[in-house]
Write a protein that binds this ligand. Structure first.
Ligand code: COA
Ligand code: AMP
Length: 256
């Protein structure tokens, strides 16, 4: 039984538009320091927020799920078309039909919201039919309540930096992808950012780990998102969404 852990989440916006967000799972005595970190983070972007919301919720007492971070591999493929073809192969190995993987890439290229443009969360897509299964095709499903286990973030940072991966986005995306990879019914995930300055993306699965592609979209492109592929047969949408959005998960780093 674990007690005394809190979910702390920050979101910053300007004129109603989301600019940045981050979250941690922490002990009570860490709250002041992390509030200060998150506030600094909210002001660290070029675009200054006019609204910052920091929410702190005590997590219900009980065991917290711990998962080992997915192993990270960087693909050597750096040109866009070949990187996307390689991502399709990686997704296929995890059980996604190639046509569905290609459709997911086309969707992120176009902007996955049903109304066009980016979503506020992830698409859930049947790995065999390509059918969309998320409850709201404008919002998507937002993965939350996850963090590195205490001490794991520093070990991961050191190990990833040694592999040339210094960007905070990689560390944060890896935690999120590890949680997603273990969701009920999920077999893989595809992601690239909507940040026009960040071209890297990944294809991740519990089976093959986190495969990072330095260039999965064109520089300057403002569309992106996440597609979570699921086994449609027997898929329990409510169970999966509840896990992704609400179940607290801590990620461990057991590697060298
Ligand atoms: N994009 C756009 N809007 C967002 C958003 C996002 N990523 N996250 C939150 N919002 C806005 C939306 O308007 C949302 O309303 P909605 O539920 O109708 O979409 C509103 O803020 C409230 O969102 P909610 O998730 O309830 O807020 P929260 O304070 O509990 O958590 C975050 C906010 C940003 C911390 C959380 O949503 C999140 O994304 N956590 C993961 C952060 C992370 O580590 N990202 C790095 C991985 S690359
Ligand atoms: P980012 O990596 O922050 O640039 O986000 C890329 C895309 O992933 C966004 O456009 C959203 O569609 C989606 N996204 C952002 N945050 C989350 C989240 N917490 N869970 C699921 N999808 C998200």
């Amino acid at each position: 039984m674990e007690q005394g852990l809190f979910s702390i989440r920050m979101r910053a916006s300007a004129e109603g538009k989301h600019i940045s967000g981050a979250e941690r799972i922490i002990r009570r005595e860490e709250i002041d320091r992390i509030v200060s970190d998150l506030r600094a983070r909210a002001f660290s972007k070029t675009r200054q927020p006019d609204r910052i919301v920091i929410t702190i919720d005590a997590l219900p007492p009980g065991e917290i799920t711990r998962l080992s971070a997915l192993p990270v591999t960087t693909s050597p493929v750096t040109d866009l078309e070949n990187a996307r073809a390689a991502a399709v192969l990686v997704l296929q190995q995890a059980g996604v039909t190639p046509a569905v993987a290609r459709a997911a890439i086309a969707l992120l290229e176009r902007g996955p919201s049903v109304y066009g443009g980016n979503m506020r969360g992830a698409v859930i897509m049947s790995a065999c039919s390509g059918r969309r299964l998320e409850p709201d095709q404008e919002r998507g499903v937002r993965v939350s309540r996850f963090d590195w286990e205490q001490g794991a973030m520093d070990r991961a940072e050191t190990a990833l930096a040694a592999a040339g991966l210094n960007h905070f986005r990689t560390r944060e995306a890896l935690v999120l992808a590890t949680k997603v990879a273990h969701a009920p019914g999920v077999i893989a995930e595809l992601c690239w950012s909507d940040d026009p300055d960040y071209t890297a993306g990944y294809a991740a699965s519990a089976q093959n780990g986190y495969i990072r592609f330095p260039r999965l979209k064109s520089a300057g492109a403002t569309t992106g998102g996440r597609v979570v592929f699921v086994q449609e047969q027997g898929f329990d949408q409510q169970l999966c969404v509840e896990y992704l959005e609400r179940t607290p998960v801590l990620i461990t780093w057991d590697k060298e």
